[in-house]
Design a protein around this ligand. Structure first.
Ligand code: COA
Length: 246
């Protein structure tokens, strides 16, 4: 897909799409243009039946150093900023994607960069990766989902500590806490993320989507409701499998 200036989006023949955050001079800080382009790329990925798995990575020396600080306070008004966010809920769109997302993180993943990785289903980090949520130190709070996704990913108390302190953690600590699934040497990151993506791209898209829905929607439900959801999804999958056997 062409025409983007702040990201690159491409897809191979095996169903693996790759989205590269591409403002390396500012450590891939997320500005309004990048948000718009991410929106288009996520929609393209969602609507393309041939794109089965998405790997998100950063160009240059970081995954992303978060929201573009140069744009802070540039919105015409607080009301306008809220309206724009509501109309284009980028992080909600990302969370609702029914296909697997893999974050391949190197260097800094701070603020919205860290939060973007948390909106992915799998996180693979290189040994030089650093994660942190510095917003409270700047007088804000994380607002790309981090206050909700981090405590659903690692122990809530540890998550709260990271959010209040703004302290960064390295890849080894992120692995120990369960924030990332794998840590690999920097020069292996793209290859390992690609291999992981190819494995998933060979799985049934419906089974992947059902598993995502069962886990992610299930987290918002009671155990009884979650088990009912799992039962419905499993039965629906079985029906489809049987039908294709007939
Ligand atoms: N928004 C806009 N520009 C950013 C940025 C951000 N979030 N993060 C880094 N940059 C820019 C820097 O201003 C610098 O630009 P310059 O070369 O024109 O001066 C360039 O990226 C390189 O960053 P630099 O600070 O020189 O690199 P470093 O290795 O010394 O430090 C960080 C890296 C990530 C520790 C530091 O850039 C930083 O603290 N960034 C802000 C992170 C942050 O608070 N993000 C959350 C915002 S809510």
């Amino acid at each position: 897909m062409n025409g983007f200036q702040t990201i690159a989006y491409e897809k191979d023949d095996g169903g693996v799409a790759r989205l590269t955050l591409s403002r390396p001079d500012v450590l891939n800080a997320i500005n309004l243009q990048m948000r718009d382009e991410l929106w288009s790329a996520f929609e393209a990925f969602r609507d393309d039946p041939d794109a089965r798995v998405l790997v998100i990575r950063g160009a240059g020396r970081a995954f992303s150093a978060g929201a573009d600080i140069a744009e802070f306070g540039t919105s015409p008004s607080y009301v306008e900023a809220r309206r724009a966010r509501r109309e284009r809920d980028l992080w909600g769109l990302m969370l609702a994607l029914p296909k697997p997302l893999i974050a391949a993180v190197h260097g800094f993943a701070l603020g919205a960069g860290c939060e973007m990785s948390l909106l992915c289903d799998l996180r693979i980090a290189s040994d030089d990766a650093r994660f942190g949520l510095p917003e409270v130190g700047l007088g804000y709070i994380p607002s790309a989902g981090g206050t909700q996704t981090l405590p659903r990913t690692i122990a809530p108390g540890v998550a709260l500590g990271m959010i209040l302190s703004g302290d960064q953690i390295d890849a080894a600590e992120a692995y120990r806490l369960g924030l990332v699934h794998r840590v690999v040497p920097r020069d292996r990151l793209d290859a390992e993320a690609g291999a992981w993506a190819r494995t998933l791209a060979e799985r049934s898209p419906l089974a992947l989507a059902s598993a995502k829905e069962a886990v992610l929607r299930g987290l918002d439900l009671s155990l009884r409701e979650g088990l009912a959801l799992e039962g419905r999804l499993a039965a629906a999958l079985l029906a489809v499998t049987r039908q294709s056997e007939v």
